[in-house]
Ligand binder design. Structure first.
Ligand code: TXA
Ligand code: MG
Length: 334
């Protein structure tokens, strides 16, 4: 029997505890090493009750960029931030009444809530793909819980598989898929749920199901009443899919080798502007560019420029995802 590190009161409230089976013991040194690697900006794969996650320090944009690199993702999906305790969720997201109810019923467990980012939320813009909201989860798996406790801060973790392939439910799956791009894999045996967490947008008054998963719709409706499903709200359901979703107020001009009059300029490598200008990576490092992208776009937008010209970004490695994001920012608006 696994030892959930929460009180028994909490445990009896969860009617899904039977999904958790035997879990191999993990020695404290391994957890400590893993937490130290995260603090150094390295990637650590760890088991959760749903699937294995590919973890990185959510507040370190370079570490977050490494995730997209390792997964070979062609676009920047917003990621889920994992924390050890509900109290930490309150630090990073704005808990609504609805969120409190859901948290009370299903955390720790296979549920993710989308909330508005709190003021001063330290999670990197890249982890939220520039959105004003943040996905948060308190996993129930004891190894995940111990790792998050040892690390102390939010850990972003998408499923630990290359983009487009099946989510991993054993440490071997992670090894086969990601191999050397991950610094450490904590082996917790097979995952009990084997299906990703249920994602609910709880940022407003009414719950919206964004992704079905480990907690059923019926279970959720028992606690909060009727839930809208993503079909009714395609806008929220797939933030990364909306063409002009990432648009700043300023218009955006791509592949601009030079800055025109009145334009702010987002440079890269040797492409540099003057006046209202920032450089994604003077060294021409694509990972650094990814890490800076959302924060710099936002800053240039805030400068009040009517147009932002962006230097050509090579289509190698994370360049694919950067160009995808930029194409959305430059797409016609409705
Ligand atoms: O079970 C799980 O949730 C696993 C384990 C590792 O925790 N993680 C996982 O992450 O499935 P990932 O990255 O594969 O899926 C994250 C989902 C994406 O569909 C993304 O669009 C959504 O969460 N998401 C993240 N932030 C969001 C936001 N602010 N608004 C709406 N959707 C968001
Ligand atoms: Mg996934």
């Amino acid at each position: 029997m696994l030892h959930l590190r929460n009180d028994t009161k909490n445990r009896s409230r969860l009617d899904h505890t039977d999904i958790f089976g035997e879990t191999p013991a993990m020695d404290g040194d391994q957890i400590k090493n893993a937490a130290e690697l995260l603090a150094k900006g390295e990637l650590v794969a760890f088991p959760t009750e749903t699937v294995y996650g590919l973890g990185a320090d959510a507040t370190n944009a370079i570490a977050v960029a490494k995730i997209f690199e390792a997964k070979n993702r062609p676009s920047f999906n917003p990621l889920i931030s994992h924390v050890a305790e509900v109290a930490q969720v309150r630090r990073y997201g704005v808990m609504t009444e609805l969120a409190e109810k859901l948290a009370d019923a299903f955390w720790p467990g296979p549920m993710t809530l989308v909330l508005r980012r709190s003021d001063g939320c330290p999670v990197a813009d890249l982890a939220c793909a520039g959105l004003p909201t943040l996905a948060l989860r308190v996993p129930a798996h004891p190894i995940a819980h111990d790792l998050l406790t040892a690390f102390g801060g939010p850990v972003v973790a998408p499923s630990a598989n290359p983009s487009g392939s099946i989510s991993p439910t054993t440490a071997d799956h992670v090894r086969d898929g990601l191999g050397s791009s991950v610094s450490m894999i904590l082996d917790g045996g097979p995952c009990d749920v084997g299906l990703e967490s249920t994602i609910i947008d709880a940022s407003g008054e009414n719950p919206v199901l964004l992704r079905p998963g480990g907690i059923s719709l019926e279970q959720i409706e028992e606690v909060v009443g009727p839930v809208q499903t993503a079909d009714h709200n395609a806008k929220i359901s797939a933030p990364g899919m909306m063409k002009s979703h990432y648009a700043p107020d300023a218009s955006v001009r791509l592949n601009a080798a030079e800055q025109a009059d009145g334009e702010a300029y987002l440079g890269f490598g040797g492409y540099d502007g003057a006046g209202s200008t920032l450089n994604l990576s003077e060294a021409g490092d694509i990972r650094e560019a990814a890490a800076n992208l959302f924060a710099m776009m936002r800053e240039l937008d805030r400068s009040g420029a009517k147009a932002i010209a962006v230097a050509p970004i090579p289509m190698t490695g994370l360049g694919l995802a950067i160009n995808d994001r930029l194409a959305r920012a430059a797409a016609p608006r409705d």
